[in-house]
Design a protein around this ligand. Structure first.
Ligand code: B3K
Ligand code: ZN
Length: 872
């Protein structure tokens, strides 16, 4: 099948000085006229323009209409073999946005015209150079019915709006900044808006607007506040200011991704804009803040400097994720933010890197460009940037970023260009570091310790390796920055006397492991020290370290690096769970290690631990992590082990957990302060531990919390617990939530997810399939699909239930979605990434379904690419 390769990349043969787009929007068709000023860069080149699903009306060169013999139209291109050195090209096409279910290009959502062009949606609007390295200036006119579409938006500056007198009106827009076509956007509809302003450091007054369907304006203020925070942060931290007079965000109900950074006109999935305390959880507020910031940060990292080709996607995405993570760390609590980011990386990206679709951060080939929008490109990409910052220090990193913009503003560049801009001004050699971009797989770093009391020396031997991944059987050693420290028996940091230890400009101690294996000798050590390594998770690796239990418990309590305190709790949790899983698989009785329970009990009772950090300390490793570290994905054994540990913790700490719950429940229920979020998280976690006891008294508390809830966080916590129970309260609460929110396209998704995520109920498959037929569920709405079907596949316990034919039912749904919307279907396919981890019977079941899907006629190349690799 048509694969594309990085090695085949060639720069553009033409440049475009400017383009004017004229849209005439109607109920049953849309006419697009594109007029471009084009120059040949390579003399004698034939003109190849991308275009898909378009009806071509006319082509003109320098005002002269071409005869059909003078051009050629294929399924994906318009080819004009002979063109002048410099010319004006006019193309007229006709589209049917109302029938566009792929939600890329120009489409309609709840009566609103909108666009999604990244990665290759612009070719569904007109024939053009649909590649990011062709940047040009855009002017746009939009004509539509004035009543139905009073709001007409595009990128850049609002020039004017004309009333055409016949019930129609026309808006004129002009974007002064050159951009690639994937950043083009248009919105036309009847929308409500909220407005504010922001004045930049150099005095530019920017009009800020957030649009949403009428009646939802009240829920837009958090997005607006987040935008202003992001604008301030980018000025303070990177000296980057906004560069237009208007910044618009539009919330759309049917949207494949989370949001899109179109120049000056971000289009967002409604779920990442709309929020108030009765409709959104604390987590929603946090996600909105970080995604609004992410899209805003793209204005510099992505838009001003963009990618030369899609293989470089991480240039903008990895960097922008890194920037939004740092922003969130500054807005909330750094250590807790880091823990959350690493949890997500491990659960998602490490799994991807260990599965059939593993790929490098800068891939070499692909079938569907849209399959590049992965956790590897985004989250691992962000870790690469973080490592660069760790190596050169914050000051050095800022120097490098300044240099990056100095060199490349207005250009389309590569990850190599970025690495050079960071390393060169800092006098660093990144040639080995760049392997992180080319080699896939999660490296393993093994730790071996030796203490020589007589010599007063501590020897630390580090050895790295990386498992084989598709097309990459062997790997070269990585450049791994390992932040570390040595602690004395009281938990005090020892002076590090070792010739290979460096200290970055932030004062952090680093080992830069570049060899396959190396021993580091620390001198002047009188007593056996306790090692704390990979602090702050300074590199995206799996650490193999057979630390003693005593050391792990010591670090859990005493490490000065908060990330590692929690990391050691996870490590112990994994040891305990693995042990129980092995026993469960043999049918033996499960007894939880007492020391571990005691350690967690001590955490529960310690009044000096910050609540949000305590909540992280008390989390058990997730099912997704178990699925990676265990040799076999045995859903039943995982569930038995995890529930047993949770139950034991709850039983041993019932009074203390109840006390925690009562201490924070109902305190400032409407507050959105980070501290209060933390309190709520801890008390809700206490409640969910207690619910494991299935004690009527506790279920009553849960039920009461549902009905009395004064914010969505409390309501959803209670609903999620009830949805996973056999309690008499379950149906009534679910019914109530449904009745309350059935007409709210954003909130009703929580109702789907609560039911799809139940791990203890045996009937989840039945529930989920029944919900796909429910009147509020629409298979063409991506949020509905993600919150029901994707949430179900993330429910590792029930999705891999050997007693049911889950895979078959799920494959049917993938095929159904694929026929309408390949991008959404492809996202569902990742559920099969674990196939090699299943036992032979389950694996066979999964492979049968994968083969059936691959053989389906008309399967999209998006889905095919992901499924096929699972077969090889
Ligand atoms: N760049 C967009 C993602 C577009 C997805 C295209 N299939 C959102 C973001 O990363 O900011
Ligand atoms: Zn992004």
């Amino acid at each position: 099948q048509e694969k594309i390769y990085l090695k085949d990349y060639k720069g553009p043969a033409f440049s475009v000085d400017s383009v004017h787009l004229d849209f005439n929007l109607n109920e049953d068709f849309c006419r697009v006229r594109a007029k471009s000023a084009i120059k040949q860069l390579t003399a004698g080149s034939a003109l190849h323009l991308n275009g898909v699903d378009l009806k071509l009306i006319a082509v003109k060169i320098n005002g002269q209409e071409l005869q059909p013999t003078e051009y050629q139209v294929t399924a994906e291109e318009l080819i004009i073999p002979s063109v002048p050195a410099s010319f004006t090209l006019e193309i007229e096409t006709q589209l049917e946005p109302q029938n566009n279910t792929s939600l890329e290009g120009l489409y309609k959502s709840s009566g609103i015209f909108c666009t999604q062009c990244e990665a290759q949606g612009f070719r569904k609007i007109t024939y053009f150079f649909d590649r990011p390295d062709v940047m040009t200036s855009y002017s746009v006119t939009i004509e539509a019915d004035k009543k139905k579409y009073p709001v007409l938006l595009s990128n850049g500056d609002r020039i004017k709006t004309e009333d055409l007198g016949n019930g129609r009106h026309k808006a004129y827009w002009s974007d002064p900044h050159k951009k690639p076509c994937y950043l083009f956007a248009l919105v036309a509809g009847d929308l409500g808006v909220i407005r504010d302003t922001f004045t930049t450091t150099s005095g530019r007054k920017v009009n800020l607007e957030v649009y949403a369907s009428h009646g939802k304006q009240d829920r837009c203020w958090h997005a607006m506040d987040s935008l202003k925070k992001a604008m301030t942060w980018d000025q303070d931290v990177y000296g980057l200011e906004y560069d237009l007079n208007d910044y618009m965000i539009v919330a759309i109900d049917d949207f494949n991704a989370g949001a899109m950074e179109n120049k000056g006109l971000n289009i967002f999935n409604s779920r990442l804009v709309l929020a108030d305390s009765s409709s959104a959880t604390d987590t929603d507020f946090h996600s909105i803040e970080s995604v609004v910031a992410h899209e805003y940060f793209h204005n510099w990292t992505g838009n001003r400097v963009t990618v030369a080709n899609w293989f470089q996607l991480s240039l903008k995405e990895g960097l922008t994720v890194f920037r939004d993570q740092e922003f969130s760390a500054d807005m909330t609590e750094r250590a807790v933010q880091r823990i959350e980011d690493v949890d997500a990386l491990r659960a998602g990206q490490f799994a991807e890197d260990a599965g059939p679709n593993a790929h490098p951060v800068r891939p070499e080939s692909c079938m569907a460009v849209d399959n590049f929008f992965t956790m590897t490109i985004y989250e691992k990409g962000s870790e690469l940037i973080r490592m660069m910052q760790t190596i050169v220090g914050r000051k050095g990193f800022r120097k490098g970023m300044d240099e990056y913009f100095r060199r490349h503003d207005g250009q389309a560049v590569t990850t190599e260009d970025f690495a050079a801009a960071i390393s060169e001004p800092n006098g660093k050699d990144f040639s080995q570091f760049k392997r992180w971009y080319n080699q896939s797989g999660t490296p393993v770093v093994s730790v071996l310790e030796k203490f020589d009391a007589a010599a007063g020396e501590y020897h630390l031997t580090l050895e790295q390796s990386c498992p084989p991944t598709p097309n990459q059987p062997t790997k070269e050693p990585f450049h791994v920055p390992l932040m570390m420290g040595l602690l004395d028996k009281n938990g005090k940091e020892l002076a590090l006397n070792c010739e290979h230890i460096t200290q970055n400009t932030d004062g952090k101690h680093l080992i830069e492991l570049k060899d396959h294996k190396k021993t580091f000798v620390f001198k002047g050590i009188k007593e056996r020290p306790v090692l704390s390594i990979l602090r702050e998770f300074s590199a995206p690796v799996n650490l193999h370290w057979e630390a003693s239990e005593d050391d792990l418990y010591f670090l859990m309590e005493k490490d000065t690096d908060s990330f590692n305190r929690r990391e050691m709790a996870q490590k112990m949790g994994l040891r305990v769970l693995s042990n129980l899983i092995a026993k469960a698989r043999k049918g033996e009785a499960l007894q939880v290690d007492e020391k571990y329970i005691n350690a967690l009990s001590a955490v529960i009772r310690d009044p000096n631990i910050d609540p949000s950090f305590k909540a992280k300390m008390l989390q058990l490793p997730s099912y997704a992590v178990l699925a990676q570290v265990e040799p076999v994905l045995d859903a039943e054994a995982f569930h038995k082990a995890r529930v047993t540990v949770r139950k034991t913790i709850a039983k041993m700490n019932k009074a203390a957990l109840l006390e925690t719950y009562r201490q924070f429940h109902g305190v400032e229920p409407k507050s959105r302060d980070t501290k209060v979020f933390g309190h709520r998280q801890l008390k809700n976690q206490a409640l969910s531990y207690l619910a494991e006891l299935q004690d009527p008294e506790i279920l009553e508390i849960v039920n009461k919390q549902y009905w009395d809830a004064q914010n969505m966080t409390d309501r959803m916590t209670a609903l999620t617990i009830l949805a996973d129970s056999q309690s008499e309260y379950r149906e009534k609460a679910l019914q109530h939530f449904h009745d309350e929110w059935k007409n709210d396209s954003v909130v009703i998704n929580k109702w789907f997810t609560a039911q799809a995520s139940a791990t203890s109920r045996p009937d989840v498959l039945k529930d989920v399939m029944a919900l796909t037929q429910h009147p509020t569920f629409n298979l063409q709405n991506p949020n509905n699909v993600y919150s029901l079907l994707r949430a179900f596949s993330a429910n590792i316990v029930r999705f891999n239930d050997p007693k049911l034919n889950v895979y078959e039912a799920y494959a049917d749904k993938i095929l159904e979605v694929d026929a309408k919307n390949p991008q959404v279907a492809a996202r569902l396919c990742s559920a099969f990434n674990f196939v090699q981890k299943l036992d032979p019977v389950m694996k066979d079941k999964a492979l049968t379904q994968i083969k059936r899907m691959v053989a389906a006629p008309n399967l999209s190349k998006n889905s095919r690419e992901l499924l096929q690799s699972a077969l090889t």
